[in-house]
Design a protein. Structure first.
Length: 408
């Protein structure tokens, strides 16, 4: 055990091109409009103005920093702003009918930039592709293109449908062609923290409201899919819930099961008024969850790690959230010690490597020599890290000493 090292795959990192980097990936008919947009565009996020913004698109620097931190492969979610967007697609509202064509062109530009970025380090990056559901023909064609081209493949980012959107809710059978294609191709559907947010307006206090409510809106797709019968009709679908914490889930699933029981119970008031959904379900919500959902446990806290027995052995995956300030870089070995000190190394290996490799299709024969060279030592991760020794320079939640079990 003294010399053994983990091969670490981060299930949650973020990347994207600089504004000008996307121009070559746009159809030429959008170039003039892009140039006008780019000339007046103002970056909305502080981390994309800071000197560290190069980490989103500098492949060599990214590899170097990740190897120094013990990580040899990653699942790539978006971070920068695609053409014709006001903010990143992770938190952006869906496009309007008038805005759709150019926003769709912007998303496609990002996806093609991402493919080239992944191919700079073959086998070490699984890109997550962005799509909309305004036009399902476009969506299905983009998923087919991604399945054919990405190896490994991070799947798709579930499109954001906030409250009040003119788009149908995720429980609407209109989306069945998308679910069917993802099931047939084994495409993972990723639900990342920050998705599904409503428009909070421009007041300064609105950002605080967004912070408090952000996790809850990210959770909503899970029960929409379950009660909407999507997992009954397509039992082979694979969803991840990434960077949403896990402490809310034991009580959350218990609550969903309670609602289901009330809806399915013949004498309950809920059964009389809301029972139709339950009639189309053959299992409890918690059973669908444990069959179809995986957890991208970014910067896993020790209080959350203690709950890992609540989930299937193959469900939990660890992520460093690079390059975000709440992520664990460059203290990922310390973060792993906080989460997994004293835990059987075979169990830890599932969380930091095997589960992500199995879900996203990483080739461990390719990655293991890199893990043997750069990965954190198994013996080091096994040792506890005292709170007094938490890295003072880190702003990551992994080192939060309060360690509360969040309700959402």
């Amino acid at each position: 055990m003294d010399d053994a090292r983990y091969t670490v795959i981060s299930c949650d990192t973020h990347a994207g091109g600089d504004v000008a980097d996307y121009r070559p990936y746009l159809a030429s008919r959008f170039h003039e409009e892009f140039d006008a947009w780019a000339s007046t565009y103002e970056v909305p996020f502080a981390d994309l103005l800071a000197p560290i913004r190069f980490r989103n698109w500098d492949s060599d620097a990214r590899i170097r920093e990740h190897e120094q931190d013990g990580i040899v492969a990653e699942v790539l979610f978006p971070n920068t702003v695609p053409p014709f967007f006001e903010e990143g697609n992770l938190v952006a509202l869906p496009p309007s009918e008038a805005d759709y064509d150019r926003r769709w062109a912007g998303v496609q530009a990002h996806n093609r930039w991402l493919l080239d970025f992944c191919n700079l380090t073959p086998g070490r990056r699984a890109g997550v592709v962005q799509v909309f559901v305004n036009n399902l023909d476009d969506t299905l064609a983009e998923v087919k293109w991604a399945v054919e081209n990405f190896r490994p493949f991070g799947g798709i980012l579930l499109p954001s449908i906030p409250p009040g959107s003119p788009l149908p809710g995720l429980y609407d059978p209109i989306y069945d062609p998308l679910w069917r294609l993802c099931e047939e191709t084994g495409t993972v559907i990723n639900i990342h923290g920050g998705s599904g947010l409503p428009d909070y307006g421009e007041l300064e206090i609105a950002r605080a409201m967004m912070l408090v409510e952000l996790p809850w809106f990210s959770h909503r797709p899970m029960w929409h899919l379950i009660f909407g019968g999507v997992l009954e009709r397509f039992p082979g679908l694979k969803f991840t819930m990434t960077e949403q914490g896990i402490s809310w889930l034991p009580r959350g699933l218990e609550t969903l099961d309670w609602f289901y029981g009330r809806m399915a119970g013949g004498a309950a008031a809920e059964a009389m008024f809301f029972g139709a959904a339950a009639q189309g379900m053959s299992m409890k919500p918690s059973e669908y969850f444990h069959r179809n959902f995986y957890l991208g446990a970014s910067f896993l806290r020790s209080s959350e790690s203690a709950l890992r027995g609540e989930f299937a052995p193959g469900a939990l995956m660890w992520g460093d959230d690079y390059p975000h300030s709440e992520g664990t870089w460059p203290f990922s070995t310390d973060a792993l010690r906080v989460a997994f000190a004293g835990v059987d190394p075979k169990e830890v290996e599932r969380y930091v490597c095997l589960n992500a490799a199995d879900l996203y299709g990483f080739d461990l024969d390719l990655l293991k020599p890199l893990g043997d060279k750069f990965g954190p030592k198994v013996a080091d991760v096994f040792q506890p890290l005292a709170e007094a020794d938490y890295p003072a320079a880190s702003t990551s939640n992994a080192f939060d000493t309060t360690q509360v079990l969040r309700s959402w």
